[in-house]
Structure formats: C-alpha cells, structure tokens
Design a protein around this ligand. Structure first.
Ligand SMILES: Nc1ncnc2c1ncn2[C@@H]1O[C@H](COP(=O)(O)O)[C@@H](OP(=O)(O)O)[C@H]1O
Ligand SMILES: [Mg+2]
Length: 235
C-alpha cells in the first residue's frame, strides 16, 4: 500500500508524501487492529495517546511509517513499518516491514544473523542527525559509520549482518524501537539502553531516548566504551 502510494504520488511535495504515508498506514493498521484485536490498547506515533493503555494487559506499539523522510525520497529504500505487541510487562512479538527492500522481519520466524565477514566494526547511524557521541565512539573503536534512515532499518541492518551495531542517543520514542527490538531479540542480539539497563515499554512517558542493539559478543566492550565517553555528559 505504501509502495503504491509512493508510486502513484511521486509528483507530490516531500512534505505531502510524508503526511499521506503516515495517514494511510495509520488508518490501515488501526482498522486491522480494531477488527482483529478490538480489546487491545494501541500506542502509535500517529494517534493521540490514550492513558488506558497503562492499565491494559496487551498493547500494540506501532510506528506506521518509520524513516518518513526517506519514504519521501523516491529512490530510497531505508524506511519501515513497525508493529510490536507488549504484554504484561514486556515485548512479546514484533515485525519490521521494509517494503522497498521487499521483506519483513518478524519474531514468529526469528531471523538467523549471518556470520561476520571481518573488517572494521560497522555502526549504523542516522543519516540526517547522527548523535555526536556516536561519531566519537566510532573514532575510539576504529569503527566505520554506516549512515541510513529509519530506526527499524538500522536495527534490522544488525540482524541481516550489514552492520555490527546500532547505537542511538539524544531522543526517540517507544514506537521507534519496540518492533525493531523485539525482532533483534528474537535473532539473539543484545538490546539495551546505552547504560546497559533494560529497555522498558508501555510507560506513561513514551520517550525512550537511547538504545544499543548489537551482536552479543560486542555488547560488553561497546557498553564500557560508551560509558567512558558519556561519563559526566548527556550523550
Ligand atoms: N533526536 C531525536 N528525537 C526524536 N526522535 C528521533 C531523534 N532521532 C531520531 N528520531 C526518530 O527515530 C526515527 C529514525 O530516525 P533517523 O533515521 O534519523 O535515525 C525517526 O522516526 P520517524 O521517521 O518515524 O519520525 C525519528 O523521528
Ligand atoms: Mg519512527
């Protein structure tokens, strides 16, 4: 549906295409959830927050279009659709669709992370707003930065072996990472805040400003270098 929209309305201004994509995807997901799971709560980037989710047992955490900017750039493939299910305290399922890449990674068929091919450590980083500390982290590690759009695409780039880690800080919301984290966990990857503490979802305040998703063998080293770099400062 989003690919069709993009194809049919390639002449729209980027801002109009972004809005159309957000609205179309939100309407579709909200209608399907209402049809199939009417009793469940929903937390979406594109809908007003409803505090009843805080007392609910099951909450769908969705980002109908992640990497909205990249969606509006017709030649780009780095945008995604996130759908996660939180139940009784933690994420229990999730899917990250990468429509322009033609695949969907989901927890019901946990992806296998390919063996590493060698070479320097590769870190996925926002192509439009790379956190300054990630650049310093890459310098310290002798790592290569691989810029791309969308939190879902960056997280699934760790899953598919394109990069070794996705480190983010400085701002994000639960919907940006819920489905990507569920998928990454199902693939056996490390997922945490950058101070090593657990990522928690369905909180009253949906801001979740930082995260680390990486191959498990790099987690301790990355966390300790991040700790050194961020000591005494806000990343
Ligand atoms: N500093 C920040 N504050 C709030 N949201 C941020 C952010 N940095 C990234 N994000 C969100 O994380 C997603 C990926 O961003 P990026 O590609 O720059 O890494 C985007 O989601 P949306 O496209 O759904 O808005 C973006 O809004
Ligand atoms: Mg998003």
């Amino acid at each position: 549906m989003l690919l069709e929209l993009r194809h049919e309305h390639a002449d729209l201004e980027p801002a109009a295409l972004k809005t159309a994509g957000d609205l179309r995807s939100q309407a579709h997901l909200a209608a399907e959830l209402e049809r199939h799971r009417p009793a469940d709560a929903v937390l979406s980037e594109e809908a007003a927050d409803d505090a009843t989710r805080l007392g609910a047992e099951r909450v769908w955490i969705i980002d109908p279009l992640d990497g909205t900017r990249e969606f509006s750039e017709i030649s780009r493939e780095d945008w995604a659709v996130h759908v996660a299910l939180w139940e009784s305290g933690d994420l229990v399922a999730g899917a990250v669709a990468r429509p322009a890449m033609g695949d969907t990674l989901a927890t019901d068929r946990p992806p296998a992370v390919p063996d590493r091919v060698g070479g320097p450590l590769r870190l996925a980083v926002s192509r439009t707003r790379p956190p300054a500390f990630v650049t310093r982290l890459a310098d310290r590690l002798g790592a290569e930065l691989v810029p791309m759009g969308s939190a879902g695409v960056k997280a699934t780039a760790v899953v598919d072996g394109t990069v070794d880690a996705y480190v983010h800080a400085g701002g994000q919301f639960e919907w940006d990472s819920a489905a990507p984290v569920a998928v990454a966990r199902s693939a056996g990857l490390h997922t945490s805040r950058i101070d090593g503490s657990p990522l928690r979802y369905n909180r009253a305040d949906p801001r979740l400003p930082d995260l680390l998703i990486c191959r498990p063998e790099y987690a301790d080293h990355l966390l300790s270098v991040i700790d050194e770099l961020t000591k005494g400062e806000t990343p």
